[in-house]
Design a protein around this ligand. Structure first.
Ligand SMILES: C[S@@+](CC[C@H](N)C(=O)[O-])C[C@H]1O[C@@H](n2cnc3c(N)ncnc32)[C@H](O)[C@@H]1O
Length: 317
């Protein structure tokens, strides 16, 4: 949804634009190309390996005359205020993009343990340098009920209970270590007639485990608030989600930021007359065109929401 992202952010020359999840740098390249030499692009990725990819692509993809100032930080977007303080003299952002989830390069690398299609360690951490628990650590130690809840809420998995039980039974004999061990266990939990459909039965479990390993929903909740806080007057935050749970969180956060607060002492929950600082760019989220959804199956569940900090009024009103 690159066209839609550019439309809502409409990056002008000389502005400061943030790509909070730079990935392979596709969106960032478009942003950098629009803001020109006088602009500043700040690129973050929690995965230091992806950040390097982006740095290379952006440096090679733009010649020196058109290249803005560029800052790269291997950080989660929750740290954006800190990054702007350190790297941009605390300048507020004119645009912030979050394109959530996993990158196809991460999925394709068997060593990262994101995909059930290739044998690899059960890892699924975005940042392997920060320590943190791997997918194997979680699945081999978490209570059965927690595993079931992750599968149900993060993966919409119908057979959550059966799979959680199978994981616990299996680990009592031999802990799970590889992606293919987990994928085979999940497939065996599906009724035989449902094992060979268009979508592999392991898809939902792998998505759920990745979300749990990286606390992705908690990060959205905290991180979107941080990103709202750094927007300049007239600045826009655009969030692209691929998971209904993430989209729900963004929708609620945007709604409460763009609605007058409730009067604290009023028992009838009356809205105060204080003008909210933000306005929604569009009421409904933008979805991919049918053509894009056909071309790119990952785009099918994409939802783009955007919110803008209002300009400071100068008419005294
Ligand atoms: C869908 S990809 C972004 C693709 C990118 N827009 C492009 O055009 O190539 C999502 C990226 O977000 C990164 N990521 C995930 N959680 C993050 C977080 N909390 N903070 C920063 N980056 C994160 C992932 O490592 C991945 O590289």
């Amino acid at each position: 949804m690159a066209r839609e992202v550019l439309e809502v952010l409409s990056p002008r020359p000389g502005t400061l634009q943030v790509d909070g999840t730079v990935g392979a740098g596709g969106h960032a390249l478009l942003l950098a190309g629009s803001i020109g030499r006088t602009g500043h692009l700040v690129a973050l990725d929690r995965d230091p390996e992806m950040l390097e990819q982006a740095r290379r692509r952006l440096t090679e993809g733009l010649n020196e005359e058109e290249r803005p100032k560029m800052t790269f930080a291997a950080q989660t977007y929750e740290q954006l205020p800190h990054v702007l303080r350190e790297q941009a003299d605390g300048r507020p952002a004119d645009g912030v993009l979050l394109d959530l989830g996993v990158n196809s390069m991460q999925l394709d690398d068997p060593g990262r343990g994101f995909s059930f299609l290739r044998e690899g360690p059960l890892d699924a951490r975005f940042d392997r340098t920060a320590g943190g628990r791997t997918a194997a650590d979680l699945l081999n130690t978490a209570p059965e009920k927690d595993i079931e809840n992750w599968l149900r809420t993060y993966g919409d998995e119908r057979h959550a209970r059966r799979i959680a039980r199978a994981v616990v039974r299996r680990r009592a004999e031999k802990p799970l270590h590889t992606t293919t061990e987990l994928a085979e266990l999940v497939r065996a939990c599906y009724p035989p007639a449902q094992r060979h459909g268009r979508i592999d039965p392991a898809t939902r479990t792998f998505q759920a485990v990745r979300i749990a390993v990286n606390d992705e929903l908690g990060t959205v909740e905290r991180g979107v608030k941080e990103c709202l806080g750094v927007l300049a007057p007239g600045g826009t935050l655009a969030v692209l989600t691929f998971h209904s749970g993430e989209d729900r969180i963004v929708k609620h956060l945007f709604r409460s930021a763009s609605t007058p607060p409730e009067e604290p002492d009023n028992p009838y929950s009356v809205r105060s007359e204080v003008e909210p600082d933000f306005e929604l760019v569009s009421r409904k989220p933008l979805s991919p065109t049918t053509e894009e959804a056909e071309r790119n199956p990952r785009a099918r569940s994409a939802r783009l929401r955007a919110i803008r900090r209002k300009e400071v009024r100068t008419d005294g009103g």
